[in-house]
Each structure stands twice: as structure tokens, then as C-alpha cells.
Design a protein around this ligand. Structure first.
Ligand code: SPD
Length: 313
């Protein structure tokens, strides 16, 4: 029997509904639902939007919270600016997933960026976001954005070698079809698509719940990315255990010191207020995100290799 895993608990008219996911066995996270705004099924997943009583509107895919209006700023700002502020003058960016548009909104703060590709598998996520989350979907309005609906592994396989300065993987959790997004062939296609000294920022789950997965990802990335491999994290209350991690890697080439942003957001013209004010990210949050608690450092210690790594050798 599949483990019973409780992520989200909805209560409406005394009716209880539990959504199960194998990523966090034995836990439940509950948000009070004021109103269900949308419920649909795409070719790939179930899509739900509800109004919560404390976090604003919430987007849920296959029973897993993807974002809430209240705390989405932390995730989208960090996953975009940790890589883009770590290299000088990024120009070409690929976003994998991210169909809600929030990461695009953040990437477009960078005035040096000339071209943004986004490859999202599920067009319905884009449409639902445009209807219910205009503050995120505003990211699609930027003329530098080019939307590709399709499979990211296929997209990357056909991407010109060395095309991108940065790749940002804003994926769902690695269950079902997203499983391949944490495997070596996927990272190899990313490394190939990055220029020398180009950077990857990949959603990397919770240090409280997924140390083995984080270890595996670091191990694969260490083999694949010959620059640096680092782990950072941020607080996102509506994600399981209230934190989310980011794996930051660079390809061989000009060295990238992720901990010390060379492309400080405070110095970029118009960046602090582009579309809306930054809410979570600044240069101090950037450096602080790489501070790791001893238990995590111990658990990943065998996998660390780079002189610029935040992880011990
Ligand atoms: N455990 C949930 C991880 C969700 C990552 N994707 C969020 C999409 C927001 N743009």
C-alpha cells in the first residue's frame, strides 16, 4: 500500500479532503479554505486554486502547494536572483517550468537580460495563472520572454550548445514525470546548454525532509558541473517544513563565487521596483542563504569539492 502522506487539508462544510504525496510521509500541512476558485484537470495534472484565510490565493498542482500570494515572493525572488546576481551582466536565461510566471517577473528585473526562454510543459498552468495570479503572470508580458510549451528535456536537447548564461529550474517535486528533472541526463543537457562559467539554479527541496535527495542531486551535479556546486535555502512557510533549498552550480570557465554577488541587485537601474518592489531578496539575504546548519553540512560533507563551495570539502 502506498504510504499515506498528508500535505494539504481542506475543510469545507465539515467535509475533510486529504491530498497525498510521497515526498513527506507522516506530515500534514493545513490551510483553511475560504473558497475554491478553480478546479480542473489538464493532460498532466490536477490544478486547484483556492482563496485561503491567511495566505491569499493558493495554487495547488496534484495536491501540492506551488505558491501562495503571501509567500511566493521568497521563492521566486531567491530562485531568480541567487543565480543572476552571481554573474556579471546576464543576457540569456532559460526558465524550466515556472508556468505561473513569477520567476519571469523576477528575471525581468535585470536590465542586462536580453532574451528569456521559458519551457513549461502544461499550458493550462499558464492560463490559470493569467486568470487568477496576475501579479505573477505579469512576467509573461515582458517582450524579452519567449514561451515554449513542451517537455524541457526535449527543449534542452535541441538548445544550441553554450546558449545560456543562466538556467533556472522551477520544477514541481520529483515525483511522477518530474522525477527525470533530478537525474543525471537532465543536468548534462543543462550543462551543455550553458556557456563556460554559466550558472544553474535548481529547486532543491527541504533540508529537513529530503537530505538524501539533496545528497543525490549534489553528487550528480558535482560530476556534471565542473565549476562550483553550492546549496542555499530560504524560508517559505507554505512549503513542507517551511523551507526550500536551491542548488547552485556553475560550469567550467570564469569562476563563480555564489556567496558574494558580483551583480548586486541594489546597483541595477530600476531593479528594486520593476513591476513591483522586491519583498524578500537583497544582497544580505543572498549571502545569508548560503549559511548551512551543521547537520546539513555533515550530511552532505562527502560530496563537496569546490573551493568556492559553501559545502565543506
Ligand atoms: N514543494 C513545492 C515546490 C514547488 C516548486 N515550484 C513552485 C512554482 C512557483 N513558481
Amino acid at each position: 500500500m502506498r504510504n499515506v502522506i498528508l500535505l494539504l487539508f481542506l475543510e469545507k462544510d465539515s467535509k475533510k479532503v486529504y491530498f497525498n504525496n510521497p515526498m513527506w510521509p507522516g506530515e500534514v500541512h493545513s490551510l483553511k479554505v475560504e473558497k475554491i476558485l478553480y478546479k480542473g484537470k489538464s493532460e498532466f495534472q490536477e490544478i486547484l486554486v483556492f482563496e485561503s484565510s491567511t495566505y491569499g490565493k493558493v495554487l495547488v498542482l496534484d495536491g501540492i502547494i506551488q505558491l501562495s500570494e503571501k509567500d511566493e515572493c521568497a521563492y521566486q525572488e531567491m530562485i531568480a536572483h541567487l543565480p543572476l546576481c552571481s554573474i556579471p551582466s546576464p543576457k540569456t536565461v532559460l526558465v524550466v517550468g515556472g508556468g505561473d510566471g513569477g520567476v519571469l517577473r523576477e528575471v525581468s528585473r535585470h536590465p542586462s537580460v536580453e532574451h528569456i526562454d521559458i519551457c513549461e510543459i502544461d499550458k493550462m498552468v499558464v492560463d490559470v495563472s493569467k486568470k487568477f495570479f496576475p501579479q505573477l503572470a505579469v512576467g509573461f508580458q515582458d517582450p524579452r520572454v519567449h514561451l515554449h510549451i513542451g517537455d524541457a528535456t526535449e527543449f534542452l536537447r535541441h538548445a544550441p550548445k553554450g546558449k545560456y548564461d543562466a538556467v533556472i529550474v522551477d520544477s514541481s517535486d520529483p515525483v511522477g514525470p518530474a522525477q527525470e528533472l533530478v537525474e543525471k541526463p537532465f543536468f548534462e543537457t543543462i550543462a551543455r546548454a550553458l556557456r563556460p562559467g554559466g550558472v544553474l539554479c535548481n529547486m532543491a527541496e527541504s533540508m529537513w525532509l529530503h537530505t538524501h535527495l539533496i545528497q543525490d542531486m549534489i553528487s550528480v551535479c558535482r560530476e556534471t558541473f565542473k565549476g562550483s556546486v553550492n546549496y542555499a535555502w530560504a524560508s517559505v512557510p507554505t512549503y513542507p517544513s517551511g523551507v526550500i533549498g536551491f542548488l547552485l552550480c556553475s560550469t567550467e570557465g570564469p569562476p563563480v563565487d555564489f556567496k558574494n554577488p558580483v551583480n548586486s541587485i541594489e546597483k541595477l537601474e530600476g531593479a528594486l521596483k520593476h513591476k513591483r518592489e522586491l519583498r524578500f531578496y537583497n544582497s544580505e539575504m543572498h549571502s545569508a542563504a548560503f549559511a548551512l546548519p551543521p547537520f546539513l553540512r555533515r550530511e552532505v560533507s562527502a560530496l563537496c569539492h569546490s573551493s568556492t563551495s559553501t559545502l565543506p570539502r
